[in-house]
Design a protein. Structure first.
Length: 156
């Protein structure tokens, strides 16, 4: 993955979990063997997901939070408390030499992730979903509510 690319994580793919609860990361998304990712549990449209950031993109996200809070006049102590909650709930995981990422048992159980996982690119990070949950957010009705055609028309 080139650092100059602005949207490194694009598309989605569903892969089986191996017997060690690891999932293969798309080859184009891996920047280096042994890369360490920062992971954090989150909700997306009401579904539990794991957000996966490179160390660099996670640090950039934290700095963006700090910058926006300062612009809004949030007291530094409150910002530190919020950032502390985020960093305290995050954990690191190494991508193996085979390009696989271990999904820890507690997160897997909370997500009800069993034998397959859908990996979804979100630009500067990617998410790991239960496949059925991801499919539920991508029905014609769900996508129609986003009005993507209007968004892309505005942007073009």
């Amino acid at each position: 993955m080139g650092r100059e690319e602005k949207v490194p994580f694009k598309g989605n793919v569903t892969h089986k979990l191996d017997p060690k609860s690891r999932v293969a990361i798309p080859a184009g998304w891996r920047s280096a063997q042994g890369e360490v990712l920062v992971m954090i549990e989150a909700l997306n449209e009401g579904y539990r997901v794991l957000k996966c950031y490179t160390r660099e993109s996670f640090a950039e996200k934290i700095e963006e939070i700090r910058r926006q809070a300062a612009e809004r006049g949030v007291m530094p102590g409150q910002v530190d408390q919020y950032v502390g909650k985020i960093t305290g709930c995050s954990f690191e995981a190494e991508v193996s030499s085979q390009g696989k990422l271990l999904i820890p048992k507690p997160q897997r159980e909370r997500m009800n992730l069993t034998d397959t996982a859908t990996i979804v690119g979100r630009g500067s990070y990617f998410e790991i979903w239960v496949p059925a949950d991801f499919e539920a957010t991508n029905t014609a009705d769900a996508l129609g509510q986003l009005k993507l055609d209007q968004i892309f028309h505005i942007l073009s």
